[in-house]
Design a binder for this molecule. Sequence first.
Ligand code: GUN
Ligand code: FE
Length: 527
Amino acid sequence: MGSQEQTTLATRNQLFYGTFIYPKTLTDLEYLHNTAVAVDQNGTIVAIERDYDLSQAASTLFPRLGWAPDSVSIHSSLASHNQFFFPGFIDTHLHAPQYPNVGIFGKSTLLDWLETYTFPLEASLSDPAKARTVYNRVIRKTLSHGTTCAAYYATKDVTTTNLLADLCLRAGQRALVGRVCMDQLSPKYYRDASAADSVDATRESITYIQSIDPTGAIVRPVITPRFAPSCSAPLMAELGKLAAETGLPVQTHISENEGEIALVKEMFPAKKIGAKGDTYTHVYDTFGLLTDKTILAHGVHLSEEEVQIIKARGSKVSHCPCSNSALTSGAARVRWLLERGIEVGLGTDMSGGYSPSVLEMARQAALVSRHVAMGCAPAEKENKEQKESEGEKESKAKTEGKTSKDGNAEKETKVNKANKDGIDRERAKLTVEEVLYLATKGGAELVGMKGKVGGFEVGMEWDAQLIGLGRDVADGEFEGDEKEEEGNVDVFGWESWPNKVAKWLYSGDDRNTRKVWVKGRLAHERK
Ligand code: GUN
Ligand code: FE
């Protein structure tokens, strides 16, 4: 066993006891109380005992597992502090080097934001000392918010991209780490010299990352063309071949912003690249970049035709609600994607997004879905415009005397139609259970860890958080700031468990994230 692997191995068998909550399906959370979850030294869940009396463990469970009682650490969730175990969060899209810029975006939109804020900072992180400071901080920060796995973009610099992988491995945070490919459009000071250089540098980084974690248990490389505008056709073609050759995952951005989409249309006309259509999706598809391991960030403005291609290729979408609001990119239609069978996860997209918290992304996903329900999604606007022009035609017809004879019937049809639209849009709203699914189990599908993390079942690995909502509020019991230190959520004691979870989603933060484990190993503890 290599020394790196040892650092990621839990040293003892562990028994977790108490309340466990996890997504069973997109729509339902499982609530298990008085339950014991046994996790072996590899961090794998080997037994789950429901309605279990902990005092029986030494005489029944441990002998069955072949565990000596003194080889086991026991961790209980405290009912008195409204604690429960929840799967670790998966951040399916973020840029580690952009972390110092969180909150700094002014009124910019994607393309000017990249030029003004992002490229200069990313370029400066080829300095290993600066990169170490920033990368250590972003890893610690995301872990403290319960992120047990993250799909990171690094920069174009190989040395510091490899450093990011080293630091993730050391901190015990699961990560996909991608060296960013970009051979055009960006400023000269931050651009690969050629497509060939870009591919060579990518191969170098892949080889390194695979050498430090040969089984890919904690860190894995990911092929990362930044987005179509910053990659030449030859570069994308080579990266598509590399994905086919290595079977590695791919991550990139798609259809985030209207200006970007127009640029892609202009830069990659179907005729020029031999595409079967002239959409953004056709560009990636033409170069073999849409695989069943591809994570596409944003997808705000995708068309029906594009989604069908993405579905056929098995590619996935990372929904980045905070970034899409901050950079005024638009409101992505998550329900619409899910109904078309697309797997969706959540991404902080720092620093397009300003928050390191996937819990916050789940909350914002819920809110953005309500904006979609209120008619703010791009397709909704198109529908409205279409309806308006239909309305114009109708009134023109009326003045020309071609109107329906029964005015009342006509009115009624319009009302029915409006109601139907309202009901259809209502469907866009995502529930507490659904956004928490996207944050965990849904994310696991994106990062290639379906069935491995994102829930609590025998055979899955223990990537988990201990959440504590604090003691119930009781009159006069708390002095000074004592209650504030327990976090922002106030539980009064009469709430059902689903309501406690809803309060956590909408008003919780990292103060509620008491402990975080990755593959059975404690990776963060709130003091
Ligand atoms: N498109 C290309 N690069 C980026 C980036 O760094 N962030 C976001 N949000 N979109 C991009
Ligand atoms: Fe991004």
